[in-house]
Design a protein around this ligand. Structure first.
Ligand SMILES: [Zn+2]
Length: 143
């Protein structure tokens, strides 16, 4: 399970609509709770690093983005707990590309954007054998 505030969910939705018809992506900083739930504390929107023609269907976070996010997390006493990205005019289901580029433990939030308007928001965690994703619940809670 991942816990987000209503404002954070709104931020993800706004980012996805801003970057439509391209995919947007970002990093979720937060805390791994003892109960196994992750709590989001800070979102870091990332500029899509893919070339123009590939932007429509693939998000990419570069290693520089990741290092910068890691540093920022450490500065704030947080961890990277997950990533978010959008699926313009596609369902909020992980693609094969998503599966091949995911790491265990993290949450992968996907927001569908239908005709420029954000729609379903889902979250996924990779199985430990990396064969597939398990859907996880999203809890909306004030900080
Ligand atoms: Zn995807």
């Amino acid at each position: 399970m991942i816990i987000l505030t209503p404002d954070q969910i709104q931020m993800i939705r706004q980012h996805s609509e801003q970057d439509y018809p391209n995919e947007c992506c970002g990093v979720v900083l937060g805390i791994f709770g003892e109960d196994g739930a992750k709590r989001a504390e800070r979102l870091l929107p990332i500029n899509n690093a893919r070339e123009e023609e590939a932007r429509y269907n693939r998000f990419l976070i570069t290693s520089e983005d990741l290092m910068r996010s890691e540093l920022q997390a450490r500065r704030l006493g947080l961890d990277i707990v997950g990533f978010y990205h959008s699926h313009p005019d596609h369902p909020a289901q992980p693609s094969t590309f998503d599966l091949e580029h995911a790491w265990p433990t993290y949450s992968y939030l996907i927001v569908a954007v239908a005709g420029g308007v954000s729609a379903e928001l889902t979250s996924w965690e990779l199985k430990s054998d990396r064969s597939a994703f398990d859907q996880e619940s999203i809890k909306e809670e004030e900080a």
